[in-house]
Structure formats: C-alpha cells, structure tokens
Design a protein around this ligand. Sequence first.
Ligand SMILES: *[C@@H]1O[C@H](CO)[C@@H](O)[C@H](O)[C@H]1NC(C)=O
Length: 506
Amino acid sequence: MANLRISLAVVVLLTVPYRPGYALWCNCTTAQCQKTGSQCETDGACMASTFFNNGQEQHIRVCITRDSLVPPGQPFYCLSAEGYLNTHCCYTDYCNSMDLKIPSVTPPPELRGGYGPGGTWGLVELVAAILGPLLLLCVLLLVSVLMYHYHQRAYNHRQRLEVEDPSCEHLYLAKDRSLQDLIYNLSTSGSGSGLPLFVQRTVARTIVLQEIIGKGRFGEVWRGRWRGGDVAVKIFSSREERSWFREAEIYQTIMLRHENILGFIAADNKDNGTWTQLWLVSDYHEYGSLFDYLNRYSVTTEGMIKLTLSAANGLAHLHMEILGTQGKPGIAHRDLKSKNILVKKNCTCAIADLGLAVRHDSATDTIDIAPNQRVGTKRYMAPEVLDETINMKHFESFKCADIYALGLVYWEIARRCNTGGGVHEEYQLPYYDLVPSDPAIDEMRKVVCDQNQRPNIPNWWQSYEALRVMGKIMRECWYANGAARLTALRIKKTLSQLSIDEDIKI
Ligand SMILES: *[C@@H]1O[C@H](CO)[C@@H](O)[C@H](O)[C@H]1NC(C)=O
C-alpha cells in the first residue's frame, strides 16, 4: 500500500503544473458546498463541465484533489465522460467560473482532451505548458522534501473522499443510466479509457456478488449484478496487489477499448482497516472462456472463422501503436491462451487477462515491464521464451511470442471444426500428446526447442479450403525464429479474405 501511494504521489507531482503548496479556491455547485458559499478549497484543480438534465443544459463545478489527477497528462477527471461536454480543469482561483458554451461543431478527437474547452489551450494552460519543463526541474529538487509531506496529505484526503464524494457521484450516476450508457460511448466521446475513478469506485461498491465462476492463481472470479445487468468481478487476494494494480493500469490505457478486448468497467481497492479487497470489474460473458466453449461445443466453418478472425482483430488492436494525443501504445499480452480469451454472445472473441502485458514507449523505445515476476503459461510459451533467448529489450519480440501462442489457440479451434460432414476431433490442449499436464519448463523446452515439435496438422485439412488456410497460418505462427512469424495484422487480412471467399457475414 505504501508503495502504491508513493508511486501515485510521484505521478501526481510530475503531472500537475507545480504550485508551491498553497490552496486553491474553486466555484462549487454541489449541495454540500452551499454551506461554504458555493465554493470549495483544494490542492488540485478546479473542474467545470456541462451536462443535460431532461434537455436542460446544466453546469457542474467542483474541486478535484491533487491526488486524483491521474493518469499523467490526461487526468480522468478532466476528460468529458459520456453525457458530459466541455469538461475543463484549471489551476487558478475560481478559474472554473468561466462560461461553459457548448461547441456547435464537435472538434475532431485529436484536437480534444488535454486542457481547455474543446481542446483549445487557454492562456493559463499555455503558460503552464511553457513553464512546465522549467518547474519540473525545481520539482525534482524539492521532491524528497515534498514526498513525505504529500504522503501524509494524500492519505488524509483519501480518508475524507470517502465521505465527501456521494454528492458528485449522483451527477454521474443518475438513477436511469445503465452501465452501457455510461461506458460504451466513451471511446467515441474522446476519453477512450474508462470511467472517472470515483465513478468506478461507486460502481464497484454497489455490485452484488452472485456466484463464483472461476479461480486462478491471483484469486477468484465472480458473477455480479449491477443495476439489473451482469458483470464479472475478479477479486485479487491481498498478496496480489501488484497484479491488481498492473492489470487495472493496462486496462486503462488510453484508447484500448475494442470489441475484441474484454471491456473494463472499474477497479476498486477497499481498505477495511485490516485487509484490502482488490476488485477488477469487467463485462460478463456467459459462454465463459474459449477453453470452456471448445470443450462443450464443436464449431462450424463459419464459427471457426468468426472466432479466429475476431481473436486476430483483438490482438492486432492490442499490438498496434496509434500515434497522436489520443493514441495508444503498442501492447504485448504475454499470456495468450484459450483460457484467457472469452467468447461473446455473438460467438466472437474478447481477449482478457492483461495482467502480464507490457507496453511499448516508442519515443524512448523502452518497455514498461510489469513489476511482478509472474511469467506466462508454460504450455503456450514460445521457443525463445522457453530457452530464454528472447531479447527482452526489444518490444517486437514479445509480439512475436504472442503470435506463437495465437497459433496454438487456432489449432485448438480448428480441431473442433466440423467441416468435413460432422468430422471433428475431441477438444485437446496443444501438446497434449507430448507433455504431461502442468508441464515443467524443461519438459516443454525439450519438445518445442530441442525436438522442434509442433501440434499435428492432419493431412485431411488440405481437402477443405478453410482448414487448409488455417493450417498454413498456424505453421507460419510457429516458426522457431520469432521474426519470421506472421503479424496479427497479416493474419487478420488473410482471415478476412477467407471469410469473403467462404461467403461469411461477419
Ligand atoms: C464563482 O465564485 C465567485 C466568488 O465566490 C463569485 O463571485 C462568482 O459569481 C462565481 N461564479 C459562478 C459562475 O458561480
């Protein structure tokens, strides 16, 4: 917990234009502020936003504490959420009393976000942006002194937040709004990474757990109910705080949201004094994992193509770097397997379990390696991971390792395809015939690296176009040389073409 607070403190100190410790007054519209003359005091920022209540334009003005201004550059609080327009953070006294005009034309996403209404930089922000780097130097000098100071204050603020927040939460969580309303248009409304943190907390704390649906090394997965809808809740044991933090962090990467990546809803850490409950809330998919699905059902050619194409789609989005202020870094999954892919109601895939993922910072060409020491699943480890020849400094090598694992998942799916007049094989894990269950690294390495064996691709697949193409893709995912493997984008294109040839509507 102490580590988390300190790292948050560092993030905040480096994010907010530095102001030497004085309090800031803001206009405040919440009911609680009526006692204090519709104003509030904060060490962070003033925020103003516009929303519509029964067609009536209304304004909300609130204080944001400094420790809420995460992540760097684009604090959640300062981005317009679904239903909110013109969200604006500023850092001088009563600066949020400004007139909130609705822009008549919605600016393109790359101009939005950041500071100021609709992305145009106000004078104050401009000055802050220019002086920022200079002040940063001062900050670094003062950091050691302030750290202790801040630590104390952040803790006090968090304690107070528990009591204060409900008034604000009402604004976001009006009774008639469903979770879908709240979240699903975020990617188009410009923030693209999720709900504001205090909304996440409120959502998480009003979920009613129903039944346990899975267990893993990190803890348990539950089905929960929130306002009449199902959600999945991954509950981490207190020992796994780092995993929880890392996974929440990855899921909140700007612009990660995609139909073939599990939809993240909320992260919450509830400190009840003696122990911490760590929750990660996401969409719920009743079919469960691809592993469960393939065990239960065989698939048609169409089903196989839908599953494989959507998985490639999700992985391509994960891997892809998008440039620009609303861009996303390239992300490698590092633990891709059929148990970590979910099957949605429309029989397409959603990639889940991003706890081991790594992000690429292309500006410095560095990787933000997960601080936890977990490694992927041995059965799905690429040869270069098994024999430890993988170049950990090179981001591309992690993507290539993902592709190898994707090939194994494809093999699991293709075996269950009943193309040849009902002929299909029983479900098996990759290498089921070559290694025992729960194989050791050495056992895997002997088979995959030393003997260079791969799952068997039956000859009869050659007689069916779809299976022939699948077999070819798998072989090209399994090259011993990672760099020679296909890319997710290439696989996606090949499968799109196949779906057109097979006349399948996706
Ligand atoms: C903001 O607060 C100041 C000081 O209390 C007040 O004079 C001003 O009218 C307020 N503005 C709005 C829009 O509420």
